[in-house]
Write a protein that binds this ligand. Sequence first.
Ligand code: NAI
Length: 326
Amino acid sequence: MKQPVRVTVTGAAGQIGYALLFRIASGAMLGDDQPVILHLLDITPAMDALQGVRMELEDCAFPLLAGVVCTDDPNVGFKDADYALLVGARPRGPGMERKDLLEANAAIFSVQGKAIDQNASKNIKVLVVGNPANTNALIAQRNAPSISPRNFTAMTRLDHNRAMTQIAIKTGKTVNDVTNMTIWGNHSATQYPDLFNAKVSGQTASDLVDQAWLEGDFIPTVQQRGAAIIKARGASSAASAANAAIGHVRSWALGTEGDDWVSMGVYSDGSYGIAEGLIYSFPCRCKDGEWEIVQGVEVNDFSRAKMQASEQELAEERDGVKHLLP
Ligand code: NAI
């Protein structure tokens, strides 16, 4: 049996946390030969609820669960962490402007970035789920100067999965027939799901649908799926978000399949003309625990305009929290 790794989950007492922790402990994220010690971090008022989650984790008797730490102290939460899933975030309250939301979250993610810097493994792999995910990832990364910026990523896998299913349904196929999907940009309404490079049974997806459906139906459906779920369910997508987080970390740690790729919000190296240093979603392949941005993906004028609009939004978000970026 391998040595256990430490996996920190913030917001562990929340909705996504509840859908996520049991799957991590079951081996779905890191493989069924990798024991884990879970570090559950939440805020002080959530500590009772967190004890309930711990009891349920214990009651599952997961063979791979080698320990559970519950805490409201980020220094304890990130101590020696090998992986961190930053899920906990401040939701938008009534009358809260986007700017207020950015600020409130920037405060949380700068504290957590510092705690990661001071306590975690230098090889930690960080996934930010809490919104605004890309900019929260940027803030955490900039507050952790002793750790490679490549180790901070943001989640667009849920958007990626949503896009795969929409094109599968439209073409009468299943997700098993869909490959090479890309979400470009920000995890927000400006994200760009790309059908010009996606394939369905080996055929270019955009050739199988008309432009009116692509622009008027597919893109808005993927972009606004989160809002549609809140409207229908009266609560935000938690199970599918947790599933996407499992998929993101699993691909990163254990590798992507063959020639296929996944979408990950990663530190831009200037690929595709995207400003260096933004956390931007690109097509990525992973091997041996490292991701790389897939090069040479075709970008037509339509795609370019959408990719730049999302880049612009990310640059504005970054500038809005400039004072919190060391
Ligand atoms: P929730 O409100 O059920 O849970 C959030 C948890 O975070 C709560 O337990 C809260 O106490 C905790 N928390 C707040 N501040 C914290 C801090 N400073 N440190 C540690 N814990 C803290 O929310 P839910 O549904 O679990 O969603 C969490 C986040 O994930 C939200 O920001 C949501 O917008 C985002 N999300 C992101 C998606 C993506 O695709 N990137 C998809 C769906 C949700």
